[in-house]
Design a protein around this ligand. Structure first.
Ligand code: SDX
Length: 428
C-alpha cells in the first residue's frame, strides 16, 4: 500500500494512498482524527471523496463519462433507458432474457394506488411539479410498508426498486395531467417504457397518441444521459439519507429536493428562461455575457460550468446533436436554439470563461428538446429526476450493500467561546 507522510509538529504520520481502477489517487483519512486529533476542512467537498464506487467514472479533464465501464456515447447511441438502468443497478448489461424479465416486472407495477389521486387534489394548481413529485414519492412508502424495514431482505429492496422505476413515469404523467385538468391516462403496458410514458403524458381517452419515433429516441437518449453522475449533490443526498437506514422512497424523495436547486438540476429550467429573456431583450448576447462576468451582478450563465468537467461535458455534446436532429425531424425551428449556440460560441472565446474552464453542461441544451417534445418548462427538472432515478437507485443499493456508516461529517467551530447566561432583566 502506497503511503503519504503527514508532518504535524514534530510527529510524522503515515496515511494510506488509495488508487482507483482508473488510477485516481486518494489519501485515506478515515482514521485521521483518532491518530492526530485533526480533521480536514473542505467546504462543499470539492476535494473530498465520500465513498468508493463501482458505478460511474468521470474524468473531468478528458470529458469522459462511463457507466460501469461503458462509454456514455455508446450507451446513448445503442442502448435504452431500462437497459442502462439494469446495468447501473445490477452491474452488468442484461442478456435478452434478463432484460425481458426486468421489463416485465416493471410493466406489472406501472399502476399507482388510486388513493394517490387524493394527494394530487391537495396541491394548488400553481404548485411546482418538483414539490409534488418529492411529496408523492415520499408518501409512496406508506403504501408499501415492507419498504420501511431497515433490514429488509434483498428481494424486498429489489421489489421497491422495481416499483419506483415502474411508477415514476405514471406519477410524472399524472402531475402533468392534473395540472392541465386533463383526465389521467393509464399505462398501456404493450408499449415500450418511453412510449408508454409519452402515451400517459400526451394521450387522451378520445384518441390513441402515437409518439414520433424521433421523440422516443431523443427521450431515451436524454434519460440515459441523465441516469447517473457519480457523487453529485442529489446522489450524495440520496446516499446520505439512506445511510441513516431511512427507506428508499424517502431517500429518493430527498434526491428530488436536492436536484430542484437552480445550481443543480433546476438549471435546465433556468437555461430556457434565461434564453427566452435574452431573446425578449433583443438577443444582445454580449450584454448577457458581460453580466455573467460581472462579480457585482448575480446573473450567471445557466447551463455553463461544472464542478468536475473542466473541458466539455460529454453529455452536452450529445444533447446538442440530438436537439438539431429532433427539431429537424419535427420540422421545428426554435429561435432559442440559435441563441444558445451563439451564446456558447461567444462564451467559449471569452477569456473569463476560458480561464475558469466553463463549458456548456448537461443542462444547457436539454431544455430545447424537452420543449420540442411538449414538456412544460417547469417540468424540465422533473424529467432530469426521471432520468437520474436509475442512478439514485443504483447508488443507494451500493451504499446499503457496502454497509456504509451513517453520514455524519465533523466541523470546525468558530462561534463564541464559553460565556455565562445573562437573565433578560440584565440585558438592557
Ligand atoms: C448539474 O455535480 C454534477 O455532476 C451535477 C450534474 C449532474 O449530472 O448531476 O452534472 C448536473 O448540476 C450541472 C450544473 C448545472 N448548474 C448550472 O448550470 C448553474 C450555473 N453553473 C454554476 O453555478 C457553477 O458552474 C456550478 C454550480 C455548476 C459549479 O460550481 P463550482 O464548481 O462550485 O464553481 P464556482 O461556483 O466556485 O465557480 C468557479 C468560478 C467562479 O468565479 P471566480 O469566483 O473564481 O471569479 O467560475 C465562475 C464563478 O463565479 N462561474 C460562473 C459560472 N459558473 C461558475 N460564472 C458565470 N456563469 C457561470 N455559469
Amino acid at each position: 500500500m502506497e503511503k503519504a507522510l503527514l508532518h504535524l509538529g514534530d510527529t510524522t504520520y503515515e496515511l494510506d494512498i488509495i488508487t482507483g481502477s482508473e488510477g485516481e489517487k486518494a489519501l485515506d483519512i478515515s482514521k485521521l482524527r483518532d491518530k492526530t486529533g485533526y480533521i480536514t476542512l473542505d467546504i462543499g467537498y470539492k476535494n473530498t471523496g465520500s465513498t468508493v464506487s463501482r458505478i460511474t467514472f468521470i474524468d473531468g479533464e478528458q470529458g469522459i463519462l462511463r457507466y460501469r465501464g461503458y462509454p456514455i456515447e455508446q450507451l446513448a447511441e445503442f442502448s435504452t433507458y431500462l437497459e442502462v438502468a439494469y446495468l447501473l443497478i445490477y452491474g452488468e448489461l442484461p442478456t435478452r432474457s434478463q432484460l425481458e424479465n426486468f421489463e416485465g416486472r416493471i410493466k406489472e407495477r406501472t399502476l399507482i394506488h388510486e388513493d394517490i389521486k387524493k394527494f394530487f387534489d391537495g396541491f394548488p394548481s400553481s404548485a411546482h411539479p418538483m414539490g409534488i413529485l418529492a411529496s408523492v414519492l415520499c408518501s409512496l412508502s406508506s403504501f408499501y410498508p415492507e419498504s420501511l424495514d431497515p433490514y429488509a431482505p434483498d428481494e424486498v429492496i429489489d421489489r421497491n426498486i422495481i416499483r419506483l422505476l415502474a411508477k415514476v413515469p405514471t406519477l410524472i404523467a399524472w402531475i402533468y395531467k392534473k395540472r392541465n385538468g386533463h383526465p389521467y391516462m393509464y399505462p398501456r403496458n404493450e408499449r415500450s417504457y418511453v412510449e408508454n410514458f409519452l402515451h400517459m403524458m400526451f394521450g387522451m381517452p378520445t384518441y390513441d397518441y402515437e409518439p414520433d419515433p424521433h421523440v422516443v429516441d431523443a427521450l431515451n437518449k436524454l434519460l440515459i444521459l441523465h441516469a447517473d453522475h457519480e457523487q453529485n449533490c442529489s446522489t450524495s443526498t440520496v446516499r446520505t439519507v439512506g445511510s441513516s437506514l431511512a427507506n428508499i422512497y424517502a431517500s429518493v424523495a430527498a434526491g428530488v429536493c436536492a436536484l430542484w436547486g437552480p445550481l443543480h438540476g433546476g438549471a435546465n429550467q433556468e437555461v430556457i428562461e434565461m434564453l427566452e429573456m435574452i431573446r425578449a431583450d433583443g438577443g444582445n448576447i454580449q450584454k448577457w455575457i458581460d453580466k455573467a462576468k460581472d462579480k457585482n451582478d448575480p446573473f450567471r450563465l445557466m447551463g455553463f460550468g461544472h464542478r468536475v468537467y473542466k473541458n466539455f461535458d460529454p453529455r452536452a455534446k450529445i444533447i446538442k446533436q440530438a436537439a438539431d436532429q429532433v427539431l429537424n425531424a419535427l420540422g421545428i425551428h426554435d429561435p432559442v436554439l440559435d441563441i444558445a449556440k451563439k451564446l456558447e460560441e461567444v462564451a467559449l472565446s471569452d477569456p473569463y470563461f476560458i480561464e475558469r474552464r466553463l463549458y456548456p453542461n448537461v443542462d444547457f441544451y436539454s431544455g430545447i428538446i424537452y420543449r420540442a417534445i411538449g414538456i412544460p418548462v417547469d417540468m424540465f427538472t422533473v424529467m432530469f429526476a426521471f432520468g437520474r432515478l436509475a442512478g439514485w437507485l443504483a447508488q443507494w443499493l451500493e451504499m446499503r450493500k457496502a454497509g456504509e456508516p451513517i453520514v455524519r461529517p465533523r466541523q470546525v467551530y468558530v462561534g463564541p467561546t464559553l460565556r455565562e447566561y445573562v437573565p433578560i432583566a440584565k440585558r438592557g
